[in-house]
Design a protein. Structure first.
Length: 153
């Protein structure tokens, strides 16, 4: 296997791990919390999300490093200005959103504060769930666009 082949394998495996975790949180864990399976959803969510966010951080770092290497190895910087490679710009934008959320907002406690604020926690959890669903949908569209687009299909 060549080095770019290895980088592509690491890149796709890191993305699978990261988006798979997001799918679990959005489709299984958050719905269970919102339907009252625990009397203190914030505490349970923090305990589990905290564990997963460490793994998500590692996956985001591996995705970014392998992606940057692929840009260099495939001479793909020039594609960034070509509209039909929209999926490449979308990957980088998506990566930036998660890098900011996981390395800046989360350590500063932004999400915990937002979820604990206000007198209607159900509404706050509803927004939080919809935000996860939107990110998951965007991730699925980007992965689909990248796989089809990078094979010229
Ligand atoms: C800093 C961020 C990123 C950079 C610089 C980057 C760059 C790249 C490059 C250069 C390729 C190779 C394209 C080709 O083989 O023609 C690639 C492949 C791929 N990327 Fe990214 N990427 C980044 C983040 C992401 C994210 C966030 C996702 C998912 C949401 C993603 C999903 C994929 C997938 C699925 C492929 C494989 C396409 C295939 O060969 O079938 N990437 N990426």
């Amino acid at each position: 296997m060549t080095l770019p082949g290895f980088a592509l394998a690491v890149h796709v495996l890191a993305v699978v791990w990261w988006i798979g975790g997001l799918a679990f949180v959005t489709l299984v864990f958050l719905p269970a919390l919102r339907h009252g399976l625990d009397d203190d959803p914030r505490r349970l969510f923090s305990a589990i999300e905290h564990r997963f966010s460490r793994q998500a951080r590692l996956a985001v770092v591996l995705t970014g490093l392998s992606g940057a290497y692929l840009l260099y190895a495939l001479h793909a910087w020039a594609w960034l200005t070509i509209p039909r490679f929209w999926w490449l710009q979308a990957m980088i934008a998506y990566w930036l959103v998660f890098a900011l959320a996981l390395f800046v907002a989360e350590p500063l406690g932004v999400f915990e504060r937002l979820l604990g604020r206000g007198d209607d926690p159900r509404r706050a959890w509803g927004y939080f769930h919809r935000l996860h669903a939107l990110l998951l949908l965007a991730g699925v569209i980007i992965v689909g666009g990248a796989v089809a687009g990078s094979h010229g299909l």
